[in-house]
Design a protein around this ligand. Structure first.
Ligand code: CO
Length: 133
């Protein structure tokens, strides 16, 4: 069900500093992109086999503000696996006893594609995003 890792998302307190760190390693670093409907500003680091997504809070009530409060120097926030069919993925998670966050229905994610998140307590403490490609 999860053939490919789409991205690793890292919450960072300083987007410019984090971008510079990756650029210094020769990585392909995007310009910052504000996603107000998701409460984040993102920078994409494109590698040959996956992406790193740097997340920084945008506006009030950002979903990553609490994470940065607990992890002031930043940290890995979630992993994202690609799935062919988000409805199938949702059903499969249910069969495995893994709760889906929110109302359990897929949402439009930061890349404009359907996503859902599995509850970290049901996934060894890791927040996992599933994205339909
Ligand atoms: Co993500």
């Amino acid at each position: 069900m999860i053939p490919r890792l789409n991205h690793v998302a890292i919450a960072v307190p300083d987007l410019a500093e984090a971008s510079a760190s990756y650029a210094a390693l020769g990585a392909k670093v995007s310009e910052p992109q504000d996603l107000p409907e998701h409460g984040v500003t993102v920078v994409f680091i494109t590698l040959d086999n996956t992406k790193i997504e740097l997340l920084h809070p945008l506006g009030d009530g950002s979903p990553i503000a609490g994470f940065l409060d607990k992890n002031p120097s930043g940290g890995i926030h979630h992993l994202c696996f690609e799935v062919e069919d988000i409805a199938d993925a949702s059903a499969r998670l249910g069969e495995c006893g893994i709760r889906v966050l929110g109302d359990g229905k897929p949402k439009t994610g930061a890349h404009g594609k359907p996503v859902l998140f599995a509850h970290p307590k049901d996934f060894q403490g890791a927040l996992i995003e599933f994205e339909q490609e």
